[in-house]
Design a protein around this ligand. Structure first.
Ligand code: PLP
Length: 436
């Protein structure tokens, strides 16, 4: 396969590569991945790793999925890329149609971009221009405490309360931040929800006719530590957004494509937003691509004789045909009964194993499960804490890829994972915790 030795490859990486979210001065060297199949990643160290983070939440049907690989190869022989202004192509038109059919209401207009962050930038820019096209000065964005929306400037601004962006604080624009009433199994969140809604009401009062949009990760805040909220809360937020005449943006970059058990969190919550951002699972984890889907009425506000009323935004690889082909193949798999059965089986195993784990490790708190995601909190370990680094290392040494989010441990497997593999992951969590 390669003419270089593994050590030579590691040396090249150490000399020239800058890894994301990594303090290279203290982090262990990266694991050299030779390949991956299903839920398993094969390391050059001879180890096998169960991918319990779905490779940063992107992988749905397992690594090396042959149907998706074949769809990409076939598309590459036909049309690998074409400029997406003045041109269109079959996989883009079909993917847009397919996604709109799955989404609720008149979420019928698809804007393609490249990753979750750009999908958010697009949604925020559309929201702002939707108002200015109509002569309105609505420009304030409302976000929720702990929300994470990506690493570009608009997305960082919306996610500034996540606490990751201190170095860039003076590059960000102000947003209003409402509390997020995080909840867990057996918890009664009603009081926290009422408090959050009271703050939201106060924000609306203070910014009458100035709010462009609310942005929220529906049902689960991912990067904040798999913090979950009840559908009732989203319904109340949507009702307030509607009453205030402002737009509602759902960031379903992580929750989309089956993660919460439903195809999309908005369906599970019974709320139709005005704009929805999709990315991570879109191509089944094969290629970077994202969609910002708008309600038809929003699109209509950009039409007219004036070029400057159009949405003058785009990226070099907008609607890349290979990504679209991967997305279509991934949707075929996602909608098949076999995959839906796996999604239910994963949730069943989570719901069986998590209470068990809580009973055996009394220091754990706030157990929570939503669809294929299970999480719990090990109190007192902040981001970058020694315990969280040690846990990550212990999991890897036991053949499981898990990355604690601060004091939160979570399991977010690809849907193809076998029962026995998922049980092994839970056994490993139990084992590693018992050695702490
Ligand atoms: C990952 C993520 C993003 C950013 O997506 P990228 O592809 O990393 O740019 C945005 N929102 C949510 C909810 C995410 O989980």
């Amino acid at each position: 396969m390669t003419t270089l030795s593994y050590d030579q490859l590691r040396a090249l990486d150490a000399r020239h590569v800058w890894h994301p979210f990594t303090q290279a001065a203290t982090a262990p060297p990266p694991i050299l991945a030779l390949g991956a199949k299903g839920a398993t990643i094969y390391g050059a160290d001879g180890r096998e790793y169960l991918d319990m983070v779905s490779s940063w939440w992107v992988n749905l049907h397992g690594h090396g999925n042959e149907a998706i690989a074949a769809a990409i190869a076939e598309q590459a022989m036909r049309l690998e890329q074409v400029i997406f202004a003045d041109f269109t192509h079959e996989p883009a038109a079909r993917l847009a149609d397919r996604v709109c059919r799955l989404l609720p209401g008149d979420l019928d207009r698809v804007f393609f971009s490249d990753d979750g962050s750009t999908a958010i930038e697009v949604a925020m820019k559309i929201a702002r221009q939707y108002w200015s096209n109509q002569g309105s000065d609505r420009r304030v964005f409302v976000a929720f405490d702990g929300g994470y929306h990506g690493d570009t400037v608009g997305a960082m601004s919306a996610g500034r309360s996540s606490g990751f962006f201190g170095a860039w604080e003076n590059m960000l624009f102000p947003v209003e931040v409402a509390p997020f009433p995080a909840t867990w199994d057996g918890d009664d969140a009603a009081t926290r929800e009422a408090q959050a809604l009271a703050v939201l009401d106060e924000i609306f009062d203070r910014n009458r006719d100035r709010i462009a949009a609310l942005i929220i990760e529906p049902l689960i805040q991912g990067a904040a530590g798999m913090r979950m909220c009840r559908p009732e809360f989203l319904q109340a937020v949507a009702a307030r957004a509607q009453a205030a005449g402002t737009l509602l943006i759902f960031d379903e970059v992580m929750t989309g494509f089956g993660r919460t058990g439903a195809h999309f969190a908005c369906l599970k919550a019974g709320v139709t937003p005005d704009l929805i951002c999709l990315s991570k699972g879109l191509t089944g984890g094969f290629l970077p691509m994202s969609l910002t889907v708008a309600r038809e009425e929003i699109y209509q506000a950009f039409l007219g004789p004036d070029l400057l009323k159009a949405f003058l935004h785009g990226h070099s690889y907008t609607a890349n045909p290979l990504g679209c082909a991967a997305g279509l193949a991934s949707l075929d798999l996602l909608e098949a009964p076999a995959c839906q059965g796996r999604i239910r089986a994963i949730e069943d195993i989570h719901r069986q194993r998590l209470p068990d784990l809580m009973a055996r490790h009394r220091q754990l708190i706030q157990p929570r499960v939503c669809g294929t995601i299970a999480a719990f909190t090990l109190p007192g370990q902040g981001y970058g804490s020694a315990v969280s680094a040690r846990l990550k290392k212990d999991f890897l040494e036991n053949g499981v890829l898990m990355r604690p989010l601060g004091d939160v441990l979570y399991l977010l497997p690809p849907y193809c994972i076998e029962d026995s593999q998922l049980h092994r992951a839970w056994d490993t969590v139990d084992f590693v915790l018992s050695r702490l």
